[in-house]
Every structure is written in C-alpha cells, then in structure tokens.
Design a protein around this ligand. Structure first.
Ligand code: NAG
Ligand code: NAG
Ligand code: NAG
Ligand code: NAG
Ligand code: NAG
Length: 571
C-alpha cells in the first residue's frame, strides 16, 4: 500500500541492480549513476534551534540527549559501513561484471543531518520518519528525532557495496527516500531464562535489531527454570535462582544492555513474568511459592518445574514491593514500559494447601489474581512506567485492567481483534506465525511418563512446524480487523523462546527470520506484498550484510536461484 508509488521503478531495475534496503522504505526513487562514499565522510548535525526533539519527562530525564544519540550514531557510521558492506556476487549472473570502474562517478563529500520539527510523540510512539537525498556528491538527511536520524544512517549504509578493488559504491545515484514506519512498536522478545543468554549476546542481537529498524527489545528476564537477573537488595534471588551464580546479569550488566539498546534506537524493556512462571523464586524464598516442582507436572503447569507465587499473601505483595523498589527505577530510566507477564496461569496449583486461595475454581482465583495484578501494576505506574500483560489476563481471566495496559496477544489471530475491540492497545505475534522456537522438536523426553500426551515419533513440539521466513513474512495480523480495531494495534513482536536455544544456535534461529518480521512491522502487512515487489534477493542481500557483520544467519535461498532467477526462483 505505502509502496505503490515507486513499485514500477523497482520492477524495472531489480533484475539488473539490487538495492539492499531492508526494511524497504516507504518511498524510494533511484538513478543509474555511480557514487562512492568514504567511511570517514564528514557527518554534520544541525539541531533545530527551538528544540523539537523528544522532550522526555522524569524519570527518563537522565537519558542521553538527541544530540548525544546522533553523535554516537555518526561515530558508528564508519564501522557499520565497513563491517556490513560486502561484494554482492551472489546476486548477479555468474561471471557478470557488475562493479563500477574505480574512479568513475562522484564521491560523497558530506552528510548533513538536519533536525526538523516533530509531528508529535506519545508514550508508545516517537516520530521516526526521515528523508534522505543523495545527489551532487552530498547526502542530506532530515529527521525529527534521534531515532529517525539513526534509521537514516542505517539506510545510508545499506546503499553501498564493497568493491573488489576497494572502496564503497552505489550504482543508483541520485537516491531520494522518504520513510516512516507503519507500526510504532516493532519488537523482538528474547528469553534469557530457559537457557542463559549473556549480556554480550544480547548486545550483538541489538546491533542486528537496529540494522533492521526494530525499536523494541522485550527481555523475558526470569522464568520458572532460572532467575538470571541480579536484584542487589535480594541477592539470593539470582544467587540461588540462577543456573549458577555467574549465569545472571548483574545490575551493571542490565544498565549496560539497556543503555546500549537505547543508544541504537531500541527501547529495551523487562518482563518479570508473574504470578505463573515464578518457580525459580523458590530457591531463595520457598515460602512465597506454592507447588514447587509439583507432580505430575502437566496437571500443575505447562512446563516444569511447577510453582506459582501465592495469592492473597502479604508476603508476596511485600516481595513484589521490594523487587519494584530495586528494579523499576533502573529500568524506568530507559523504558516507558514494564511487562508483568500473566501467561499460562495454572488453576490447579491454587487448589493445593497454603496457596492463599485453597481452590482451583476460577471464581475463587480471579479476585485474588485481580488484587495481585493491581498491586504489581500500581508499582509499575508509581515508577513512571506503564504495564504490559500477556493476553490471558484480559481474555481468559477477564481482569479489570486500566486502559494504559498494553495487551500482548499470542494465542490466536482472534485475540488481537478481541483485545482491541475492548479499547486496549495491543501487540500481535501469534505463536502459529511468529514463534521462532517452533519446529525444532520436543524438549520432553519420550522415556518420561506424561499422563496427558505420550511423546512419540516424530517428537514434534506443540507449535511445530518451523516457521520459515516466508511464513513469518506472510503473516497478516490485521487482516480481519475493523478500522477502529486497527487503530488500537501498536505493532507486534517476534518471539525467541529459550527452551532449546542458547548462544550457540541463537543467530541462525533469529536471522534472517526476524528481518522478515521487521519489514512487515515497518511496511505494514499490505506493504511490499501488495505490488510486484520481489523480496527474496533483497532479504538475501540483507542476510549477506549481516553475515559480514558476524551474524551466523541462516540461508535465504540457494545461490543458483539468487544468481539466475526464473524457473521457480523468483527474485
Ligand atoms: C479442579 O480440580 C478438579 C479435581 O481435581 C478437576 O476435575 C478440575 O478440572 C479442576 N478445575 C480447573 C479449573 O482446573
Ligand atoms: C472470561 O470470559 C469468557 C468469555 O465470556 C469466559 O468464557 C470465561 O469463562 C471467563 N473467565 C473467567 C475466569 O471468568
Ligand atoms: C481472517 O478470516 C479468514 C476467514 O474467516 C480466516 O481464514 C483467516 O485465518 C483470518 N485471518 C486472521 C489473521 O485472523
Ligand atoms: C504484476 O506482474 C504480473 C505478471 O508479470 C502482471 O500481469 C501484473 O500486471 C503486474 N502488476 C502490477 C501492479 O504491476
Ligand atoms: C511535538 C510534541 O507533541 N511534543 C510532545 C512530546 O511529548 C512531550 C512529553 O509528553 C510533550 O510535552 C510535547 O509537547
């Protein structure tokens, strides 16, 4: 839809020239001249005198200024260009001479980033639009915010290729781009608890997110299997709850990851899932948890070890107060949002003695749950943030939630329709389309006794099969929504759960599939797919850039198809 304006240009050029702009910009026009850029090109920032960049309010006031953010992005340009540029031989017919002659064309002498007035901002949305004009040896960028300027510099990087004879060129000058995202919330959810993910791995992930214009990193920080997040005032939480004491992010690590993400235009935010998914608390505070490792586990939780925080419990509330006082100010510095979890609550566990409920009936659990969630959410708001919950809190438990709560849907394509029609802002990312952990097989051992589901060949997992990049790209979460419902869709998140994922196999699961999600989030589901716009070679191009950057990204297409096209190899 947003793309139609220049689709004809793309169709005409795609077979001879590849432009690896990923996600594709809203509007693009290109020429056929050669231009070169030096990694050391001078980048000048021209601020708007009257301000107009995002005005942050306390407690976010300690964040870097837009000028600082843009200076940082400008300093990184050189490294980004040289680390991501590559020789794109795979995208041309074998033997074709596709490189411009050294010394041909012009050389870019300057890049200017001029700040322009913002079209407005809100808690969950900043003006990320930018324009980029490359002509007459100059690049002129305008942007309303630091985030927009960072996107422009990423786009600029992606315009250039490495020449085998040295130097970085485009064959498509002049270039004019006007760009803005369709969705203001473009996220990836990463689980660091089922298997540990060290801060260094997540910082690398953030580089990839920024390179694909994601703007949210959802850190699913704790779960029943481990508590890998240091809470300095409750040291035993991670000290005993992590897989091993050093498999936990220290407070300094958390600050480092958050500031790193924010500096790259990615708002990080933390999820402490509760009241389910909390068994790891029992290692340090056994009295807070009912049904720790209760058997048979399928009756008492979705995944062992079972255990949920007790409800109707003063001790539980005090624990969450301590946690909030320690953790929330440290995350509110970087984020407008905090995720309180709320998925997969098990009712049966509240029928066990000492649960604070004493019954597995929803009617008994619901008021206790309502009080608990209200308490947690009040703490989030007191610290200057707003809550996010998994959809079950609203759609299964029918809790009364304030309208400032974002509903994160995952269970069905209908969920987003229901949540948005009730007036809530909501996120998509349904498991049957956007769960990147699916299709790798069961973690449940077939030799164990599982009274509910025998584990038999081919040992498929619950959300099998694997979601290929094409499936992730074909997801249309807003297909059946009314205009009023669509207005409440903030965006979505692609999910990397950690049962069978750790730093060793992380990259190949995430990339390039998250890139497919990134373009959908940037363009909207009816964006590039609505016109004759080929995706495969552009995604392959982005993947090659990410491989050059050091990501062990999976293969998009076999080289023969990329080179040749035709047959069944649409480019
Ligand atoms: C509650 O427990 C009873 C008996 O154990 C069981 O039949 C029923 O399905 C449970 N209800 C819920 C909501 O889990
Ligand atoms: C919530 O509402 C739905 C739809 O009306 C209903 O099916 C479900 O039983 C309710 N859940 C609870 C816990 O009351
Ligand atoms: C939209 O509705 C059609 C027809 O009922 C259905 O087949 C499709 O799965 C729905 N899509 C989504 C994303 O809900
Ligand atoms: C798309 O391509 C097909 C086949 O080449 C052609 O028939 C159709 O007119 C094209 N549509 C647009 C919008 O260019
Ligand atoms: C242009 C614009 O809408 N700016 C607003 C951005 O957000 C801050 C804080 O909420 C407002 O004070 C600005 O007016």
């Amino acid at each position: 839809m947003r793309f139609s304006l220049i689709s004809a240009l793309y169709v005409a050029q795609i077979s001879t020239t590849v432009t690896a702009l990923w996600p594709a910009p809203s509007q693009l026009s290109t020429g056929t001249s050669v231009a070169w850029i030096s990694p050391n090109v001078k980048i000048t920032y021209v601020p708007l005198n009257s301000g107009g960049y995002r005005r942050d309010v306390a407690p976010q006031s300690k964040r870097p200024s837009d000028a600082q953010l843009i200076a940082g992005a400008s300093q990184r340009f050189s490294k980004l260009l040289t680390s991501s540029a590559y020789i794109p031989w795979k995208l041309y017919p074998k033997g074709k001479d596709f490189e411009p002659a050294p010394g041909s064309g012009t050389t870019i002498s300057s890049v200017t980033i001029t700040q322009v007035p913002s079209k407005g901002n809100s808690t969950d949305s900043v003006d990320e639009s930018y324009t980029l004009k490359l002509s007459d040896s100059k690049v002129k960028i305008t942007a309303a915010t630091a985030q927009g300027a960072m996107h422009a510099l990423t786009t600029l990087t992606q315009l250039f290729y490495l020449s085998s004879k040295g130097g970085y060129y485009t064959t498509q000058a002049p270039v004019t781009i006007q760009d803005a995202p369709e969705f203001s919330w473009r996220g990836l959810n990463v689980d660091i608890a089922r298997n540990y993910e060290p801060p260094s791995k997540i910082k690398t992930l953030i580089d990839g997110l920024a390179f694909n214009k994601f703007n949210r990193l959802h850190i699913h920080a704790t779960d029943s299997q481990s508590w890998p997040l240091e809470i300095p005032s409750i040291p035993d939480l991670a000290g005993k709850g992590a897989y091993r004491p050093d498999y936990a992010w220290t407070a300094a690590d958390l600050e480092d990851v958050q500031s790193y993400a924010y500096a790259r235009g990615v708002m990080p935010y933390i999820e402490i899932d509760s009241p389910g998914h909390t068994a790891s608390i029992a290692w340090s505070q056994p009295d807070l948890i009912v049904g720790y490792n209760q058997q048979p586990w399928p009756t008492f939780c979705n995944e062992p070890p079972c255990g949920q925080v007790k409800l109707n419990s003063k001790a539980t509330n005090e624990f969450f107060d301590h946690l909030a006082a320690d953790l929330y100010p440290r995350t509110a510095k970087w984020s407008e949002r905090f995720h309180s979890g709320g998925d997969e609550l098990n009712a049966n566990i509240y029928g066990l003695p000492g649960s604070g409920v004493g019954s597995n009936s929803s009617a008994k659990i619901k008021p206790a749950l309502q009080n608990f969630v209200r308490h947690v959410h009040q703490n989030i708001r007191k610290n200057g943030m707003k809550p996010i919950v998994w959809e079950e809190m609203l759609l299964n438990w029918n809790l009364t939630l304030e309208k400032d709560v974002i509903i994160q849907t995952w269970l069905s394509t209908d969920s987003i329709a229901t949540a948005t029609s009730q007036g809530y802002k909501a996120l998509f990312g349904e498991y049957s389309w956007w769960y990147m952990d699916c299709g790798f097989g069961q973690w449940v051992d077939p030799l164990t006794t599982n009274p509910n589901t025998p584990i038999v060949p081919p040992y498929t997992d619950y959300c099998s099969p694997y979601k290929s990049w094409r499936e992730i790209y074909a997801y249309d979460p807003t297909a059946n929504l009314t205009a009023a419902q669509k207005a409440n869709v903030l965006g979505g998140e692609v999910h990397m759960w950690g049962e069978l994922t750790d730093p060793q196999n992380f990259d190949g699961k995430v990339w390039p599939r998250a890139s497919a999600a990134a373009e959908l989030l940037w363009q909207g589901p009816t964006g590039p797919k609505g016109v004759n716009y080929t995706v495969t070679n552009r995604l392959a191009d982005q993947r090659e850039r990410m491989v050059a950057m050091g990501f062990e990204a999976s293969v998009v297409q076999m080289t023969w198809c990329l080179q040749t096209g035709g047959e069944s190899c649409a480019q």
